[in-house]
Design a protein around this ligand. Structure first.
Ligand code: DLL
Length: 434
């Protein structure tokens, strides 16, 4: 079902003409209002007026997460603070988060695109949406919430946590749609079984899962255990939040990226050059309608491919393949984005801890686990057990407080973590997603 048929089915020549017009407008805007863009365009020797075709996009410089960090918190905003009505944030590569601001019109656009995404997934008025994405600085909860209301569905703003209660509410309230991370859906299935609740007796019809990588194998498992159609939704806070792209219920094959608002490119992460259509590479997105914080050629670091093949659903917007990894070392642990460098920054701030560490990520009973192994000072190691336990607790608490992720700290003797001659191996990820 379409939410906005005219735009969702715009013939490609008209869509591309609209994209170019919007691109030119946003380039003029950022060049005039954001010193960062003026400087970076000037360095590249290009003016907004030089962009005469969509292919000219390639001449523009990239924007990275590091650029956002350098501009922390509001340096890349293109609208005055008086016009910003909402602020969200997600993890940066060190202690500071990446901050985004929305004008009222940006919220309207996001709401529309989320409603469009839900409709593409087969959700409609009369549906009861159990929204278990987290509400807060994370964009998942509020993004899905606003879209659900715009569609005219009933939304239950349950947020994450308290799984037993979630199961009861889902059952008693007759939820027909579930929105949460794919791993949390499987955790719910497990919890339901323990509660003696059979998903076959629930009214759930569709699940809209994203915010972390998952696989076709996991889709099969979720569909079987929860007795619903599982749909992949993609988004990132820098670009907007959830609803940048979603699978349609008709094809369930590739995610339509809403091209009247986002210009996608796939590049070779090493060279920065376009790869051939259909080939895998890093997704780069330019926002062409955003006001608060427009991003030009933003490097998402997500690995996918782009297809312009017509889709049986009738939508003309290109499709990106299911995300197959990242071109950096960002981990997503229980929905929280974590960079090893953030953990390192915390560890080096703690006395008695050596800068040699290893992160072991796993998935047990459908929940991600993180073990932080770290070497401690020789003198400490010969100390009382109580001292060591206290230190481990402190590491766990600081990581939880700073990054919002639960871990167990394991203190090991000096020189037990393997040294590397080249790039240190900091992460062992045992989660089997594919
Ligand atoms: O995760 C927004 C979101 C909320 C998307 C709810 C979907 C549903 P961030 O916290 O900024 O925003 O994290 C963005 O998460 O760059 C990807 O690496 C990863 N990611 C998001 N969706 C998917 C997906 C939200 N469907 C980062 N498959 C992105 C794989 C995903 N990875």
């Amino acid at each position: 079902m379409f939410f906005n048929e005219e735009f969702e089915t715009l013939p490609r020549p008209a869509l591309e003409a609209l994209q170019l017009k919007r691109l030119q407008t946003v380039l003029e805007r950022v060049y005039a209002s954001v010193p960062f863009y003026k400087a970076s365009f000037d360095r590249a020797g290009i003016k907004p007026a030089d962009v005469a075709s969509l292919a000219d996009l390639q001449r523009l410089p990239f924007t990275t997460k590091q650029d956002m960090r350098d501009a922390y918190p509001y340096g890349l905003f293109a609208a005055p603070m008086e016009d910003i009505v909402r602020i969200h944030a997600s993890s940066g590569t060190t202690g500071k988060p990446t901050v985004v601001g929305y004008t009222q019109r940006d919220i309207e656009t996001w709401t529309d695109l989320m409603a469009r995404s839900l409709a593409a997934a087969g959700v409609h008025r009369g549906d009861i949406i159990h929204n278990a994405y987290g509400y807060g600085l994370f964009t998942g909860g509020l993004g899905a919430h606003y879209g659900a209301e715009r569609l005219g569905a009933s939304v239950i703003p349950i947020s994450g946590g308290n799984t037993k209660r979630q199961i009861m509410i889902m059952k008693d309230f007759g939820s027909t749609v579930l929105t949460c991370t794919p791993s949390y859906s499987l955790f719910m299935a497990e919890a339901a079984r323990e509660e003696g609740v059979d998903f076959r007796n629930l009214k759930l019809r569709v699940g809209i899962f994203g915010a972390e990588p998952w696989s076709e194998a996991m889709r099969g498992e979720i569909e079987e255990k929860l007795n619903l159609a599982a749909i992949d939704i993609y988004g990132l806070s820098e670009i907007m939040g959830p609803g940048v792209a979603i699978e349609c219920i008709e094809a369930k094959h590739g995610l339509h990226i809403w091209e009247d608002h986002f210009l996608p490119e796939i590049i070779d992460p090493e060279t920065g050059m376009w790869v051939a259509p259909g080939e895998k590479g890093e997704l780069v997105i330019t926002t062409i309608t955003k006001q608060g914080i427009p991003l030009i050629r933003y490097r998402t670091r997500d690995i996918t491919s782009l297809s312009y093949e017509p889709c049986p659903c009738g939508r003309t917007h290109a499709r990106i393949a299911r995300m197959s990894g990242r071109s950096d070392d960002m981990l997503i642990i229980r929905g929280v984005n974590v960079f090893p460098s953030q953990i390192e920054a915390i560890l080096v701030g703690i006395e008695g801890v050596e800068p040699h560490y290893l992160l072991i990520v796993d998935r047990k009973d459908n929940l991600d686990t993180l073990e932080v192994q770290v070497e401690v000072d020789e003198r400490l190691f010969s100390d009382e057990v109580k001292v060591l336990q206290g230190l481990a607790k402190r590491i766990e608490k600081e990581i939880k407080d700073m990054l919002g992720v639960t871990c167990t700290a394991k203190l090991v003797e000096p020189r037990t973590i393997a040294r590397s001659e080249g790039k240190a191996k900091r992460v062992i990820d045992n989660r089997q997603l594919v």
